[in-house]
Design a protein around this ligand. Structure first.
Ligand code: ME8
Length: 646
């Protein structure tokens, strides 16, 4: 057991976004198939995935929802984990960048790089959108304005830490040249070297002060670690690097492959290796950048209404049909198109016709001619040889393709065997053999060869279509399903009985299904369209309304909440009682504008902590849908504080 070769494979860690589409799912399904294949082939596998949870965007969404960033990510992350369960992803570890061990290790990594002079303090200059508190680059702007809110941006400077990237670029170029398998596919390697490394690397900004939902820099608490040092380190912190127990790190690092989409290749093939060099650690053996999954009309986007939801597809077609299409149809490494019609046709041809029929015809014949009992192969003929030889050659062919990360090619080898077995039925015509009592043993042998071919197929498809593999094995009554058992064509046991089961892939009526899916799409686009006025809430009674205690209060003090640029801390007077209220209105009011104002407070709202500050109630305000304008509800006269608003 200890001599097993190890295989460490990772996916990117995902941003917690409420809508993971089929494109995001692609990386993880592919990594899962590779991990399952290696497990089958006898490797000691560690498959890592997880979530990348820090950053300004998350902080802002959470603020808008009135929850803490952690509360927000907790909910989304649990949805992501459910999605991976639905997609039959069998990972060994799920890392969250909010995990304690990760935070500590990242702080130590940052400090080490600073202490040894690879990180230095300077200032970051960029185009800043004040309401959004975001820096943008020239190319990110839309018509010269902030891409998020459309408002003008201005040049601004912020203190920040930088990583001296250029110091390591010669070493990295040398490594890439000496290790041709390091960046794959080949075309992407040239792009990285010629477009980024050779022209000279800019130093990388690795901290921010304009938001605080991030890992604090240990020795300078105004800063949080910015994005890539936090995110990329997950590949080693997940194994225990930087913690007490480094057993997994020592066993599995360096990674055998980081599987990622091409959009994040630069970070993985330049910044990450440089970080590792600076830390004195080994580099991953390979970074593979797969292509983009496109849909009709280009990239998926919610506003175009062309987002393909993996859960909907799984609901309609089953998880293995979705996995099959992604793994077989998308050229691994290049861009590929997802299209409902091609998808359904592929299910019908490859899964229902080729594989499904092979199984159901074979089992039906064993049932019909031998009462379900598997016969031993007693009468062999020359014609069997081609099928048996192909079955015996297929495992190696599949393994070679997987080792070259050619997943569609691996599946195509398996389907060549499926096709050959179907042809064998036509060649041997078992239904004619069945008419002749003297050919009974030959008939038994033909069916044995088909069952044994199906046993090979059931084992070979298991990394790609795990539940289909189980269904086939159950119908065949397969006992031996190890990789090693594929070295001989004799694993099926004569005398055992097959279990006739359900059709594994029923044929789909293409037109009817397409119409059904179109209707669903129209529904979801309709849901997306913003109504001009938010629909009125559910009707309530006067007694319901009476539960809300609305009071007139006077603002007696007001100041910004440090490091939370949207929030103001107000002290209000409620009939002699002083209350503290945190309100997200600093974009619209300066503190001095509010002092002395009579406003309306929801006085019996359960107190909460926002950014560590107690908030005892909520100030009422009215705003436009896009939040471009907001006014607090105020009382024009001098009513005593504590007066009820009814
Ligand atoms: O990039 N086709 O996370 P992410 C194929 N947190 N792949 C796609 C795709 C599409 N249409 N859309 C997205 C991040 N992806 C960072 C990673 S790693 C240290 C930090 C892929 O949630 C994308 O290329 O935006 C990436 O591999 C993965 O989905 C996660 O993207």
């Amino acid at each position: 057991m200890c001599n097993k070769k190890k295989y460490y494979i990772t996916t990117p860690i995902y941003y917690p976004s409420a809508n993971l589409h089929i494109g995001n799912t692609y990386t993880t399904v592919a990594a899962d198939a590779l991990a399952r294949f290696k497990r089958l082939a006898g490797y000691d596998v560690f498959f890592l995935t997880g979530t990348d949870e820090h950053g300004q965007k998350i902080q802002r969404i959470a603020e808008d929802k009135g929850v803490t960033p952690k509360e927000y990510v907790d909910e989304i992350v649990s949805g992501i984990r459910k999605l991976w369960d639905i997609m039959d992803i069998k990972y060994d570890k799920f890392i969250r960048t909010t995990d304690d061990y990760h935070i500590k290790a990242v702080q130590d990594i940052f400090k080490k790089l600073y202490d040894q002079g690879d990180i230095y303090k300077s200032s970051y200059e960029g185009l800043y959108c004040t309401p959004c508190e975001s820096f943008w680059t020239e190319t990110q702007l839309v018509n010269g304005n902030c891409p998020d809110c459309g408002r003008p941006v201005e040049k601004a400077k912020e203190e920040a830490y930088f990583f001296k990237m250029s110091k390591y670029s010669d070493r990295l170029i040398k490594h890439i040249e000496e290790n041709p398998e390091f960046i794959q596919p080949e075309s992407r390697k040239n792009e990285m070297v010629n477009n980024f490394l050779k022209p000279g690397l800019q130093d990388l900004c690795v901290s921010r002060t304009s938001f605080n939902w991030g890992i604090p820099v240990k020795f300078d608490n105004d800063h949080v670690v910015y994005v890539w040092i936090d995110a990329l380190s997950n590949y080693i912190t997940a194994l225990g690097y930087g913690s007490e127990n480094k057993e997994l790190y020592e066993k599995y690092w360096p990674a055998d492959v980081h599987l990622i989409g091409k959009d994040i290749l630069r970070f993985h093939t330049i910044y990450w290796p440089i970080m590792l060099m600076a830390l004195g650690l080994e580099l991953p053996k390979q970074v593979f950048g797969h292509g983009w999954l496109l849909v009709d009309g280009g990239k998926m986007s919610k506003s175009k209404g062309n987002v393909v939801d993996p859960v909907v597809l799984v609901d309609h077609f089953g998880v293995d049909a979705v996995r099959y299409y992604l793994l077989r149809e998308i050229p691994f490494g290049a861009d590929g198109l997802f299209n409902n019609e091609t998808f359904i046709k592929k299910i019908n041809s490859d899964l229902a016709n080729d594989l499904g029929n092979l199984l159901s015809r074979t089992i039906a014949m064993v049932d019909k001619y031998f009462g379900g009992v598997i016969q031993s192969p007693l009468v062999k003929e020359e014609i069997d040889k081609e099928l048996i030889d192909l079955a015996l050659a297929t495992p190696k062919n599949v393994e070679n393709s997987i080792n070259d990360l050619k997943i569609p090619e691996a599946l195509s080898h398996i389907w060549t065997l499926v096709g050959r077995a179907n042809k064998y039925i036509d060649e041997t015509t078992p239904w004619i053999l069945a008419k002749d009592e003297e050919k009974k043993e030959r008939l038994g042998t033909v069916l044995y060869n088909l069952l044994e071919s199906l046993r090979f197929i059931s084992v070979l498809v298991s990394p790609f279509l795990p539940s289909t593999s189980e269904k086939i094995k159950a119908q065949l009554n397969v006992d031996v399903a190890t990789w090693d058992s594929l070295s001989a064509f004799d694993g099926t046991q004569g005398g055992a009985k097959v279990n006739k089961g359900e059709v594994i892939f029923p044929r789909i009526d293409v037109e009817a299904k397409l119409t059904e899916l179109e209707a669903l799409k129209a529904e979801s686009v309709k849901e997306e369209v913003k109504p001009s006025m938010k629909p009125l809430k559910e009707e309530i009674t006067i007694d319901d309304f009476d539960k809300i205690d609305l009071r007139v209060v006077k603002v007696i003090h007001c100041e910004p909440v440090p490091k939370a640029k949207k929030l103001l801390k107000l002290k209000v007077d409620l009939d002699g009682e002083e209350r503290q209220v945190i309100s997200g209105i600093s974009q619209y009011y300066k503190p001095e504008d509010l002092i002395g104002k009579y406003v309306v407070l929801v006085a019996n709202l359960k107190p909460v902590k926002l950014r560590g500050e107690l908030s005892q109630g909520m100030i009422l305000a009215a705003s436009t849908d896009d939040d471009s304008k907001l006014f607090t509800v105020s009382i024009p006269g001098d009513l005593p504080t504590g007066s009820q608003v009814r």
